[in-house]
Design a protein around this ligand. Structure first.
Ligand code: NAD
Length: 483
Protein backbone atom coordinates (compact mmCIF):
# COMPACT_ATOMS: atom_id res chain seq x y z
CA UNK A 1 0.00 0.00 0.00
CA UNK A 2 1.38 3.41 -0.89
CA UNK A 3 1.08 6.50 1.31
CA UNK A 4 0.06 9.96 0.17
CA UNK A 5 2.71 12.18 1.77
CA UNK A 6 2.08 15.96 1.87
CA UNK A 7 3.82 19.13 2.96
CA UNK A 8 2.87 20.87 6.20
CA UNK A 9 2.59 24.60 5.49
CA UNK A 10 0.86 27.25 7.63
CA UNK A 11 -0.56 24.50 9.81
CA UNK A 12 -2.18 22.55 6.94
CA UNK A 13 -1.20 19.33 5.15
CA UNK A 14 -1.03 20.46 1.52
CA UNK A 15 0.31 19.54 -1.91
CA UNK A 16 3.07 21.60 -3.52
CA UNK A 17 1.90 24.73 -5.32
CA UNK A 18 3.75 23.28 -8.33
CA UNK A 19 1.28 20.38 -8.43
CA UNK A 20 4.31 18.17 -9.12
CA UNK A 21 4.86 14.90 -7.29
CA UNK A 22 7.62 12.31 -6.95
CA UNK A 23 7.42 8.61 -6.17
CA UNK A 24 9.39 6.61 -3.66
CA UNK A 25 9.74 2.91 -4.37
CA UNK A 26 11.08 0.14 -2.14
CA UNK A 27 14.82 -0.15 -2.95
CA UNK A 28 14.65 -3.92 -2.39
CA UNK A 29 11.77 -4.33 -4.84
CA UNK A 30 10.97 -1.55 -7.30
CA UNK A 31 7.43 -2.91 -7.84
CA UNK A 32 6.48 -1.74 -4.36
CA UNK A 33 5.35 1.92 -4.41
CA UNK A 34 5.92 3.25 -0.89
CA UNK A 35 4.74 6.84 -1.26
CA UNK A 36 3.87 9.69 -3.58
CA UNK A 37 5.04 13.06 -2.25
CA UNK A 38 5.28 16.71 -3.32
CA UNK A 39 8.17 17.99 -5.42
CA UNK A 40 8.21 21.42 -3.81
CA UNK A 41 9.83 24.59 -5.09
CA UNK A 42 10.83 28.06 -3.89
CA UNK A 43 7.20 29.21 -3.50
CA UNK A 44 6.47 26.34 -1.13
CA UNK A 45 9.63 27.16 0.84
CA UNK A 46 8.66 30.83 1.07
CA UNK A 47 5.19 29.95 2.40
CA UNK A 48 6.59 27.40 4.85
CA UNK A 49 9.04 29.88 6.39
CA UNK A 50 6.37 32.62 6.53
CA UNK A 51 3.98 30.22 8.27
CA UNK A 52 6.48 29.28 10.99
CA UNK A 53 7.57 32.89 11.45
CA UNK A 54 3.93 33.72 12.17
CA UNK A 55 3.26 30.65 14.30
CA UNK A 56 6.28 29.77 16.42
CA UNK A 57 5.73 32.31 19.25
CA UNK A 58 2.79 30.31 20.57
CA UNK A 59 5.13 27.37 21.10
CA UNK A 60 7.91 29.52 22.56
CA UNK A 61 5.43 30.92 25.10
CA UNK A 62 4.75 27.46 26.55
CA UNK A 63 6.61 26.67 29.75
CA UNK A 64 9.63 24.34 29.57
CA UNK A 65 7.60 21.72 31.49
CA UNK A 66 4.85 21.91 28.89
CA UNK A 67 7.26 21.65 25.97
CA UNK A 68 9.00 18.71 27.63
CA UNK A 69 5.68 16.97 28.26
CA UNK A 70 4.78 17.30 24.57
CA UNK A 71 8.06 15.67 23.52
CA UNK A 72 7.43 12.87 26.04
CA UNK A 73 3.99 12.30 24.55
CA UNK A 74 5.43 12.26 21.02
CA UNK A 75 7.84 9.53 22.19
CA UNK A 76 4.88 7.51 23.47
CA UNK A 77 2.99 7.98 20.17
CA UNK A 78 5.97 6.61 18.22
CA UNK A 79 6.33 3.70 20.62
CA UNK A 80 2.67 2.84 20.04
CA UNK A 81 3.38 2.61 16.30
CA UNK A 82 6.55 0.58 16.60
CA UNK A 83 5.57 -2.43 14.50
CA UNK A 84 4.16 -0.42 11.58
CA UNK A 85 7.07 2.05 11.67
CA UNK A 86 9.62 -0.77 11.44
CA UNK A 87 7.82 -2.19 8.42
CA UNK A 88 7.53 1.20 6.71
CA UNK A 89 11.15 2.09 7.43
CA UNK A 90 12.38 -1.17 5.86
CA UNK A 91 10.19 -0.63 2.79
CA UNK A 92 11.12 3.01 2.40
CA UNK A 93 14.84 3.01 3.11
CA UNK A 94 15.93 -0.62 2.75
CA UNK A 95 17.41 -1.33 6.19
CA UNK A 96 16.99 -4.81 7.61
CA UNK A 97 14.25 -5.40 10.15
CA UNK A 98 16.83 -5.61 12.96
CA UNK A 99 18.44 -2.31 11.91
CA UNK A 100 15.04 -0.63 11.56
CA UNK A 101 13.96 -1.89 14.98
CA UNK A 102 17.02 -0.26 16.53
CA UNK A 103 16.27 3.06 14.86
CA UNK A 104 12.57 3.00 15.70
CA UNK A 105 13.46 2.25 19.34
CA UNK A 106 16.13 4.94 19.55
CA UNK A 107 13.98 7.80 18.26
CA UNK A 108 11.54 7.95 21.21
CA UNK A 109 14.52 7.69 23.57
CA UNK A 110 15.97 10.78 21.88
CA UNK A 111 12.74 12.72 22.27
CA UNK A 112 12.60 11.86 25.98
CA UNK A 113 16.20 12.97 26.40
CA UNK A 114 15.45 16.33 24.74
CA UNK A 115 12.27 16.69 26.83
CA UNK A 116 14.65 16.88 29.81
CA UNK A 117 16.82 19.45 28.03
CA UNK A 118 13.86 21.86 28.00
CA UNK A 119 14.27 22.05 31.79
CA UNK A 120 18.05 21.82 31.99
CA UNK A 121 18.82 24.94 29.94
CA UNK A 122 20.26 27.46 32.36
CA UNK A 123 22.13 30.77 32.35
CA UNK A 124 24.61 32.28 34.78
CA UNK A 125 24.79 35.11 37.28
CA UNK A 126 27.81 37.40 37.18
CA UNK A 127 29.16 39.59 40.02
CA UNK A 128 28.28 43.22 39.19
CA UNK A 129 30.34 46.26 40.13
CA UNK A 130 27.40 48.27 41.52
CA UNK A 131 25.36 45.64 43.31
CA UNK A 132 22.77 45.38 40.55
CA UNK A 133 21.73 42.03 39.17
CA UNK A 134 23.76 40.88 36.19
CA UNK A 135 22.80 37.62 34.55
CA UNK A 136 22.53 35.75 31.27
CA UNK A 137 19.22 34.52 30.02
CA UNK A 138 18.75 31.89 27.35
CA UNK A 139 15.84 31.63 24.99
CA UNK A 140 15.06 30.15 21.58
CA UNK A 141 16.98 31.27 18.51
CA UNK A 142 13.84 31.70 16.39
CA UNK A 143 13.09 29.70 13.25
CA UNK A 144 15.42 26.79 12.53
CA UNK A 145 15.64 24.90 9.22
CA UNK A 146 16.50 21.20 9.59
CA UNK A 147 17.72 19.44 6.44
CA UNK A 148 18.39 15.74 6.76
CA UNK A 149 19.70 12.68 4.84
CA UNK A 150 17.97 9.37 4.28
CA UNK A 151 20.20 6.93 6.13
CA UNK A 152 18.62 7.48 9.58
CA UNK A 153 15.36 9.13 8.57
CA UNK A 154 13.81 9.08 12.06
CA UNK A 155 16.85 9.22 14.30
CA UNK A 156 18.71 12.15 12.71
CA UNK A 157 15.61 14.39 12.40
CA UNK A 158 14.68 13.57 16.00
CA UNK A 159 18.06 14.79 17.22
CA UNK A 160 17.50 18.11 15.42
CA UNK A 161 13.74 18.68 15.89
CA UNK A 162 13.88 17.41 19.50
CA UNK A 163 16.35 19.99 20.89
CA UNK A 164 15.06 22.75 18.60
CA UNK A 165 11.51 22.29 19.92
CA UNK A 166 12.64 21.73 23.52
CA UNK A 167 14.22 25.19 23.43
CA UNK A 168 11.02 26.75 22.06
CA UNK A 169 12.07 27.31 18.45
CA UNK A 170 9.92 27.03 15.34
CA UNK A 171 11.14 24.47 12.78
CA UNK A 172 11.04 24.14 9.00
CA UNK A 173 11.92 20.51 8.31
CA UNK A 174 13.19 19.30 4.91
CA UNK A 175 13.46 15.49 5.06
CA UNK A 176 15.39 13.60 2.39
CA UNK A 177 13.45 12.96 -0.82
CA UNK A 178 14.46 9.31 -0.36
CA UNK A 179 12.58 8.96 2.93
CA UNK A 180 9.65 11.41 2.96
CA UNK A 181 7.28 9.03 4.75
CA UNK A 182 9.50 8.67 7.84
CA UNK A 183 9.80 12.47 7.96
CA UNK A 184 6.04 12.80 8.10
CA UNK A 185 5.62 10.02 10.65
CA UNK A 186 7.88 11.92 13.06
CA UNK A 187 6.02 15.20 12.54
CA UNK A 188 2.60 13.53 12.81
CA UNK A 189 3.65 12.19 16.21
CA UNK A 190 4.82 15.65 17.32
CA UNK A 191 1.52 17.23 16.23
CA UNK A 192 -0.55 14.50 17.87
CA UNK A 193 1.41 15.09 21.07
CA UNK A 194 0.60 18.81 21.06
CA UNK A 195 3.19 20.80 19.05
CA UNK A 196 1.05 23.58 17.48
CA UNK A 197 0.84 23.04 13.72
CA UNK A 198 1.93 26.65 13.17
CA UNK A 199 5.29 26.06 14.89
CA UNK A 200 6.47 23.46 12.43
CA UNK A 201 6.50 23.07 8.65
CA UNK A 202 7.54 20.17 6.44
CA UNK A 203 8.78 20.61 2.90
CA UNK A 204 9.25 17.62 0.60
CA UNK A 205 11.36 17.48 -2.51
CA UNK A 206 14.98 17.52 -3.53
CA UNK A 207 17.77 20.02 -4.10
CA UNK A 208 15.50 22.66 -5.68
CA UNK A 209 13.37 23.32 -2.59
CA UNK A 210 16.26 22.73 -0.22
CA UNK A 211 18.37 25.37 -1.99
CA UNK A 212 15.48 27.84 -1.88
CA UNK A 213 15.04 27.15 1.83
CA UNK A 214 18.66 27.79 2.79
CA UNK A 215 18.66 30.99 0.71
CA UNK A 216 15.79 32.40 2.81
CA UNK A 217 17.53 34.96 4.99
CA UNK A 218 14.61 35.10 7.43
CA UNK A 219 15.82 31.82 8.95
CA UNK A 220 17.72 32.22 12.21
CA UNK A 221 19.58 28.90 12.04
CA UNK A 222 20.22 25.99 9.71
CA UNK A 223 21.09 22.51 10.89
CA UNK A 224 22.08 20.13 8.11
CA UNK A 225 23.29 16.54 7.95
CA UNK A 226 24.36 15.12 4.60
CA UNK A 227 27.23 14.97 2.17
CA UNK A 228 30.24 17.26 2.34
CA UNK A 229 29.58 18.56 -1.20
CA UNK A 230 26.04 19.70 -0.36
CA UNK A 231 27.12 21.01 3.05
CA UNK A 232 29.77 23.16 1.41
CA UNK A 233 27.27 24.53 -1.10
CA UNK A 234 24.99 25.53 1.81
CA UNK A 235 27.89 27.16 3.62
CA UNK A 236 28.57 29.34 0.60
CA UNK A 237 25.10 30.96 0.66
CA UNK A 238 24.29 31.55 4.33
CA UNK A 239 24.49 34.97 6.01
CA UNK A 240 27.38 35.57 8.41
CA UNK A 241 24.95 35.95 11.31
CA UNK A 242 22.98 32.81 10.48
CA UNK A 243 23.87 29.94 12.76
CA UNK A 244 24.87 27.02 10.63
CA UNK A 245 25.61 23.51 11.75
CA UNK A 246 26.74 21.18 8.99
CA UNK A 247 27.45 17.53 9.82
CA UNK A 248 28.89 15.84 6.75
CA UNK A 249 30.68 12.82 5.28
CA UNK A 250 33.46 10.52 6.45
CA UNK A 251 36.15 8.09 5.29
CA UNK A 252 36.53 6.30 8.57
CA UNK A 253 39.66 4.25 9.25
CA UNK A 254 40.05 1.24 11.53
CA UNK A 255 43.64 0.59 12.60
CA UNK A 256 44.63 -2.97 13.51
CA UNK A 257 47.92 -3.32 15.36
CA UNK A 258 50.05 -6.46 15.35
CA UNK A 259 49.01 -7.48 18.87
CA UNK A 260 45.27 -7.43 18.07
CA UNK A 261 42.95 -10.40 18.44
CA UNK A 262 42.32 -10.87 14.72
CA UNK A 263 38.96 -12.60 15.04
CA UNK A 264 37.72 -9.77 17.18
CA UNK A 265 39.15 -7.19 14.76
CA UNK A 266 37.57 -8.87 11.71
CA UNK A 267 34.18 -9.05 13.38
CA UNK A 268 34.30 -5.35 14.38
CA UNK A 269 35.42 -4.39 10.87
CA UNK A 270 32.76 -6.45 9.06
CA UNK A 271 30.05 -4.97 11.28
CA UNK A 272 31.31 -1.42 10.82
CA UNK A 273 31.84 -1.74 7.06
CA UNK A 274 28.82 -3.79 5.98
CA UNK A 275 26.19 -2.91 8.61
CA UNK A 276 23.45 -0.72 7.08
CA UNK A 277 24.82 -1.95 3.74
CA UNK A 278 27.76 0.42 4.20
CA UNK A 279 25.46 3.43 4.36
CA UNK A 280 26.45 4.82 7.76
CA UNK A 281 28.35 8.10 7.98
CA UNK A 282 30.59 6.48 10.60
CA UNK A 283 30.94 3.20 8.64
CA UNK A 284 34.41 1.63 8.41
CA UNK A 285 35.72 2.32 4.93
CA UNK A 286 39.47 1.88 5.40
CA UNK A 287 41.43 -0.73 7.33
CA UNK A 288 45.01 0.23 8.18
CA UNK A 289 46.62 -3.02 9.30
CA UNK A 290 50.12 -3.79 10.49
CA UNK A 291 52.03 -5.77 7.82
CA UNK A 292 52.78 -8.67 10.21
CA UNK A 293 49.09 -9.56 10.49
CA UNK A 294 47.83 -8.24 7.13
CA UNK A 295 47.21 -11.54 5.37
CA UNK A 296 45.66 -13.28 8.37
CA UNK A 297 43.29 -10.35 8.94
CA UNK A 298 42.31 -10.03 5.27
CA UNK A 299 41.46 -13.74 5.14
CA UNK A 300 39.13 -13.31 8.14
CA UNK A 301 37.43 -10.15 6.81
CA UNK A 302 36.92 -11.70 3.36
CA UNK A 303 35.34 -14.81 4.91
CA UNK A 304 32.93 -12.68 6.93
CA UNK A 305 32.02 -10.53 3.89
CA UNK A 306 31.37 -13.61 1.73
CA UNK A 307 29.14 -15.16 4.40
CA UNK A 308 26.76 -12.17 4.61
CA UNK A 309 23.35 -12.68 3.05
CA UNK A 310 22.08 -9.66 1.13
CA UNK A 311 18.34 -9.32 0.45
CA UNK A 312 15.02 -7.69 1.24
CA UNK A 313 15.25 -6.43 4.82
CA UNK A 314 11.86 -7.92 5.67
CA UNK A 315 13.06 -11.46 4.85
CA UNK A 316 14.21 -13.48 7.85
CA UNK A 317 17.92 -14.25 7.96
CA UNK A 318 18.99 -11.33 5.77
CA UNK A 319 22.14 -9.55 7.02
CA UNK A 320 22.15 -6.55 4.68
CA UNK A 321 19.61 -4.69 2.57
CA UNK A 322 19.96 -2.87 -0.76
CA UNK A 323 21.54 0.48 -1.50
CA UNK A 324 18.90 3.14 -0.92
CA UNK A 325 18.59 4.29 -4.55
CA UNK A 326 19.55 3.23 -8.05
CA UNK A 327 21.92 6.23 -8.19
CA UNK A 328 23.53 5.19 -4.96
CA UNK A 329 24.09 1.67 -6.33
CA UNK A 330 25.56 3.03 -9.58
CA UNK A 331 27.91 5.23 -7.62
CA UNK A 332 29.10 2.37 -5.40
CA UNK A 333 29.59 -0.01 -8.33
CA UNK A 334 31.46 2.81 -10.10
CA UNK A 335 33.94 2.96 -7.20
CA UNK A 336 34.39 -0.82 -7.33
CA UNK A 337 35.15 -0.73 -11.07
CA UNK A 338 37.50 2.19 -10.63
CA UNK A 339 39.39 0.41 -7.83
CA UNK A 340 39.86 -2.59 -10.17
CA UNK A 341 41.15 -0.24 -12.89
CA UNK A 342 43.49 1.36 -10.35
CA UNK A 343 45.06 -2.05 -9.64
CA UNK A 344 43.57 -2.88 -6.23
CA UNK A 345 43.17 -6.60 -5.50
CA UNK A 346 39.60 -7.85 -5.02
CA UNK A 347 39.28 -10.42 -2.22
CA UNK A 348 35.49 -10.46 -1.69
CA UNK A 349 32.39 -9.25 -3.53
CA UNK A 350 32.78 -7.25 -6.73
CA UNK A 351 30.83 -5.14 -9.21
CA UNK A 352 28.35 -7.83 -10.30
CA UNK A 353 24.97 -7.94 -8.60
CA UNK A 354 24.45 -10.82 -6.16
CA UNK A 355 22.72 -13.93 -7.54
CA UNK A 356 18.99 -14.39 -7.09
CA UNK A 357 15.96 -13.57 -9.22
CA UNK A 358 14.29 -11.50 -6.50
CA UNK A 359 17.48 -9.48 -6.01
CA UNK A 360 17.30 -8.25 -9.62
CA UNK A 361 14.35 -6.04 -8.60
CA UNK A 362 16.40 -4.08 -6.07
CA UNK A 363 19.62 -2.07 -5.80
CA UNK A 364 21.86 -4.72 -4.28
CA UNK A 365 25.64 -4.64 -4.00
CA UNK A 366 27.76 -7.46 -2.59
CA UNK A 367 29.94 -6.71 0.46
CA UNK A 368 33.27 -5.97 -1.23
CA UNK A 369 36.84 -5.98 0.07
CA UNK A 370 39.98 -4.73 -1.68
CA UNK A 371 43.63 -5.05 -0.64
CA UNK A 372 46.75 -3.50 -2.19
CA UNK A 373 44.89 -0.21 -2.39
CA UNK A 374 46.96 2.73 -3.60
CA UNK A 375 46.87 5.40 -0.81
CA UNK A 376 46.44 8.06 -3.51
CA UNK A 377 43.47 6.35 -5.19
CA UNK A 378 39.81 7.38 -5.08
CA UNK A 379 38.94 4.31 -3.03
CA UNK A 380 41.42 5.31 -0.31
CA UNK A 381 40.29 8.94 -0.16
CA UNK A 382 36.68 9.49 -1.22
CA UNK A 383 33.50 8.61 0.64
CA UNK A 384 31.88 5.64 -1.14
CA UNK A 385 28.89 5.29 1.20
CA UNK A 386 28.39 1.64 0.33
CA UNK A 387 29.65 -1.81 1.42
CA UNK A 388 33.17 -1.40 0.04
CA UNK A 389 36.26 -1.72 2.20
CA UNK A 390 39.82 -0.68 1.34
CA UNK A 391 42.61 -2.48 3.22
CA UNK A 392 45.98 -0.72 3.39
CA UNK A 393 49.18 -2.05 4.93
CA UNK A 394 51.12 0.00 7.53
CA UNK A 395 54.43 -0.62 9.30
CA UNK A 396 53.88 1.23 12.59
CA UNK A 397 51.43 3.17 14.72
CA UNK A 398 53.02 6.40 13.48
CA UNK A 399 52.29 5.47 9.89
CA UNK A 400 48.73 4.38 10.80
CA UNK A 401 48.02 7.73 12.47
CA UNK A 402 49.49 9.61 9.52
CA UNK A 403 47.42 7.62 7.00
CA UNK A 404 44.28 7.79 9.15
CA UNK A 405 44.50 11.58 8.96
CA UNK A 406 45.45 11.74 5.29
CA UNK A 407 41.94 12.29 3.89
CA UNK A 408 39.89 15.50 4.05
CA UNK A 409 37.45 13.84 6.48
CA UNK A 410 37.60 13.47 10.25
CA UNK A 411 34.42 11.80 11.45
CA UNK A 412 35.10 8.46 13.18
CA UNK A 413 38.31 6.44 13.67
CA UNK A 414 38.91 3.14 15.43
CA UNK A 415 41.81 1.03 16.66
CA UNK A 416 42.01 -2.62 17.70
CA UNK A 417 44.80 -3.37 20.15
CA UNK A 418 45.32 -4.61 23.71
CA UNK A 419 48.05 -2.02 24.22
CA UNK A 420 46.37 0.72 26.22
CA UNK A 421 49.26 3.15 25.84
CA UNK A 422 49.21 2.97 22.05
CA UNK A 423 45.40 3.12 21.99
CA UNK A 424 45.41 6.32 24.04
CA UNK A 425 48.11 7.84 21.88
CA UNK A 426 45.96 7.07 18.83
CA UNK A 427 42.95 8.70 20.54
CA UNK A 428 45.01 11.83 21.26
CA UNK A 429 46.56 12.18 17.83
CA UNK A 430 44.07 10.94 15.24
CA UNK A 431 42.09 13.82 13.69
CA UNK A 432 38.56 12.46 14.17
CA UNK A 433 35.57 13.68 16.17
CA UNK A 434 34.77 10.17 17.37
CA UNK A 435 37.44 7.67 18.47
CA UNK A 436 36.56 4.03 19.10
CA UNK A 437 38.96 1.67 20.88
CA UNK A 438 38.15 -2.02 20.37
CA UNK A 439 34.67 -1.07 19.10
CA UNK A 440 33.09 -0.59 15.70
CA UNK A 441 33.59 2.84 14.11
CA UNK A 442 29.78 3.02 13.97
CA UNK A 443 27.31 3.38 16.85
CA UNK A 444 27.06 6.04 19.49
CA UNK A 445 25.43 6.58 22.85
CA UNK A 446 22.50 8.97 22.56
CA UNK A 447 23.70 10.93 25.60
CA UNK A 448 27.20 11.67 24.26
CA UNK A 449 28.26 14.58 22.02
CA UNK A 450 28.60 13.64 18.36
CA UNK A 451 30.25 15.44 15.44
CA UNK A 452 33.23 15.33 13.11
CA UNK A 453 36.43 17.30 12.62
CA UNK A 454 38.03 18.61 9.39
CA UNK A 455 35.67 18.54 6.37
CA UNK A 456 33.23 16.27 8.19
CA UNK A 457 31.69 19.17 10.11
CA UNK A 458 31.58 22.93 10.48
CA UNK A 459 32.44 22.19 14.13
CA UNK A 460 30.14 25.00 15.19
CA UNK A 461 28.74 22.75 17.90
CA UNK A 462 28.33 19.08 18.69
CA UNK A 463 25.08 17.27 17.98
CA UNK A 464 23.04 14.84 19.99
CA UNK A 465 24.00 15.77 23.56
CA UNK A 466 25.97 18.06 25.81
CA UNK A 467 26.19 21.79 26.50
CA UNK A 468 27.37 22.65 23.01
CA UNK A 469 24.46 20.80 21.43
CA UNK A 470 21.84 22.84 23.27
CA UNK A 471 23.82 26.07 22.80
CA UNK A 472 23.15 25.81 19.06
CA UNK A 473 19.39 26.00 19.60
CA UNK A 474 19.43 28.78 22.19
CA UNK A 475 20.35 32.46 22.15
CA UNK A 476 22.06 34.11 25.13
CA UNK A 477 21.35 37.62 26.34
CA UNK A 478 23.26 39.44 29.06
CA UNK A 479 20.84 41.33 31.29
CA UNK A 480 21.73 44.24 33.64
CA UNK A 481 18.98 44.89 36.20
CA UNK A 482 18.75 47.75 38.67
CA UNK A 483 15.63 47.95 40.84
P1 NAD B 1 22.87 14.73 0.53
O1 NAD B 1 23.90 15.73 0.91
O2 NAD B 1 22.74 14.35 -0.89
O3 NAD B 1 21.41 15.25 0.98
C1 NAD B 1 21.14 15.68 2.31
C2 NAD B 1 19.93 16.61 2.29
O4 NAD B 1 20.27 17.80 1.56
C3 NAD B 1 18.70 16.05 1.60
O5 NAD B 1 17.55 16.43 2.31
C4 NAD B 1 18.74 16.68 0.22
O6 NAD B 1 17.48 16.83 -0.40
C5 NAD B 1 19.33 18.06 0.53
N1 NAD B 1 20.03 18.69 -0.59
C6 NAD B 1 20.50 18.10 -1.72
N2 NAD B 1 21.13 19.00 -2.51
C7 NAD B 1 21.04 20.20 -1.85
C8 NAD B 1 21.53 21.51 -2.14
N3 NAD B 1 22.22 21.77 -3.25
N4 NAD B 1 21.29 22.51 -1.24
C9 NAD B 1 20.62 22.25 -0.09
N5 NAD B 1 20.15 21.02 0.22
C10 NAD B 1 20.35 19.99 -0.63
O7 NAD B 1 23.14 13.46 1.45
P2 NAD B 1 22.39 12.04 1.45
O8 NAD B 1 22.73 11.30 0.21
O9 NAD B 1 20.96 12.24 1.80
O10 NAD B 1 23.07 11.35 2.71
C11 NAD B 1 24.33 10.71 2.68
C12 NAD B 1 25.42 11.64 3.19
O11 NAD B 1 25.10 12.09 4.50
C13 NAD B 1 26.77 10.95 3.32
O12 NAD B 1 27.77 11.81 2.86
C14 NAD B 1 26.91 10.71 4.82
O13 NAD B 1 28.24 10.61 5.28
C15 NAD B 1 26.24 11.93 5.36
N6 NAD B 1 25.81 11.72 6.75
C16 NAD B 1 26.49 12.38 7.73
C17 NAD B 1 26.14 12.18 9.06
C18 NAD B 1 26.86 12.90 10.16
O14 NAD B 1 26.31 13.00 11.26
N7 NAD B 1 28.05 13.42 9.92
C19 NAD B 1 25.07 11.32 9.38
C20 NAD B 1 24.39 10.68 8.35
C21 NAD B 1 24.77 10.88 7.02
Amino acid sequence: MSANVRNLVEGQWVDSVTGRTLERRNPADERDLVSVFPESDAKDAEAAVSGVLAGWHEWAARSPEQRGAVLERAAAVLEGQRASLVEELVREEGKTRAEATMEVSRTPMNLRFYAGEALRTTGQTIPSSDGSLLFTSRGPVGVVAAITPWNFPLNIPSRKLGPALAAGNGVVFKPSEVTPLMGNRLVEALLEAGVPAGAIAVLHGGAEVSKALVADDRLDAITFTGSTAVGESIHSVVRASQRTQLEMGGKNPMVVLEDADLDRAATLIAKGAFGLSGQACTGTSRVLVHGDVHDALVERIAARAAALRVGNGLTDGVDGGPQATARQKENVVGYIRRALDDGARLVAGGPDAPDGEDLARGHFVRPTVFTDVDPGSALANEEVFGPVLAVLRVGSLDEAIQLAGATRFGLSAGIVTDDLGRALRFAREVPAGLVKINQTTTGQSMNAPFGGLKDSSTQTSKEQAGEAMMAFYTADKTVYLSA
